[in-house]
Design a binder for this molecule. Structure first.
Ligand code: PHE
Length: 352
């Protein structure tokens, strides 16, 4: 091909090139190793001096023009591509946005935090205890006799241990059946006067139904001083319930038995679902069992290294209570089945 034809041909090809790849091919076709323009330069050496100079000059001109055109076209293509990309990326600000799912706290966490806030405001500190507990803290230290039915298989999850029978209670482990062991743990390390609550997970070997689960949450309360009485307990619990349920409600104290309190009682409150008429939740009694409570047993003080109240007014006395957080949450949020808390069912969790 002569120079003139190359010029016409390159201009046509560059004009028709649609993308960078095509342009690159054209460049190589003419200026590559065996390219058309390259070949002209290669053939110069066969020519006479005069022709060499003339054609050489023309070839140089052509080469520069060609390069210039390629460069211009490249910029044009790049610009077009940028514009196309921008067009595609255009944001339509009138379009409805994508909803981003955000989580929230579990109803049990919510109730726990709310209760902690109420007790905090009444001067109670928050303490904790382990979920795997020794039999000593869970039972013996709390004045449970060795043959107490609560230790039996229907109630307690025992940890498998080698030669378990031969171990002392402090070395035999169970999943704690209540948060009361934290009473001793705390009093071993802290001198009264003291006020604590201990929220935490507890475990019982139970058949599950709408009101029972094999793992659930308790909240222990403990207040100890020189003259803390049942009257203090009643005042604090009433204040607590009024604030939690934001309504005036009735409670009643029934005599009851727990080995680690004396006297012991059970607290019931008006069933909030049926308002006392009787329903599935309160087993048609109109009352809900809310918590166990009582005055801390002298043996529990002794087992914690403290002197219980004496006639000469030496020593300590106080009350303890244990509330089921699940039950409170069920009442507050009108939930009719405890198993829902642990089911991981999003349709349930999203309602709160
Ligand atoms: N720990 C008892 C239970 O599991 C509740 C309780 C706590 C009773 C403190 C009295 C005092 O039922």
């Amino acid at each position: 091909m002569d120079l003139k034809n190359i010029k016409i041909e390159t201009q046509k090809e560059i004009k028709n090139a649609k993308n960078i790849k095509a342009l690159d091919e054209i460049f190589r076709k003419y200026l590559g190793k065996k390219g058309e323009i390259t070949q002209i330069f290669d053939s110069l050496k066969k020519l006479s001096e005069e022709k060499k100079r003339k054609i050489g000059r023309q070839a140089n001109l052509l080469k520069n023009e060609f390069k210039e055109e390629i460069k211009k076209k490249l910029e044009k293509i790049k610009k077009e591509e940028r514009e196309l990309k921008l067009k595609k990326e255009k944001i339509d600000i009138s379009r409805p946005g994508k909803k981003i799912e955000s989580g929230h706290l579990h109803p049990l966490t919510l109730i726990q935090r709310e209760i902690e806030e109420i007790f905090n405001s009444m001067g109670f500190e928050i303490a904790e205890g382990p979920e795997i507990e020794s039999e000593w803290y869970n039972f013996d230290g709390l004045n449970f006799p060795p043959d107490h039915p609560a230790r039996e298989m229907q109630d307690t999850f025992f940890l498998k241990q080698k030669n378990r029978e031969k171990l002392p209670p402090s070395k035999k482990f169970v999943l704690r059946t209540h948060t009361s062991p934290a009473q001793i743990r705390y009093m071993e390390k802290h001198q009264p006067p003291l006020r604590i609550i201990v929220p935490g997970r507890v475990f019982r070997h139970e058949a599950t139904d709408a009101g029972h689960e094999s793992n659930f949450y308790h909240l222990e309360g403990l207040m100890v001083g020189k003259d803390i009485s049942v009257a203090n307990f009643k005042a604090i619990i009433e204040e607590f319930l009024r604030r939690l349920f934001k309504t005036d409600l009735e409670i009643r104290l029934r005599p009851s038995y727990f080995p680690f309190v004396e006297p012991g009682f059970e607290i019931d409150m008006t069933c909030l679902i049926c308002k006392g008429k009787g329903c599935f939740l309160c087993s048609k009694t109109g009352w809900l069992e809310l918590m166990g409570a009582g005055m801390v047993h002298p043996n529990v003080f002794k087992n914690s290294g403290l002197i219980p109240h004496q006639l000469n007014n030496e020593g300590w006395q106080g009350f303890a209570f244990g509330i089921g957080l699940d039950r409170l949450s069920m009442m507050k949020y009108k939930i009719n089945d405890i198993r829902l808390f642990y089911s991981g069912n999003l349709r349930f969790l999203k309602q709160i």
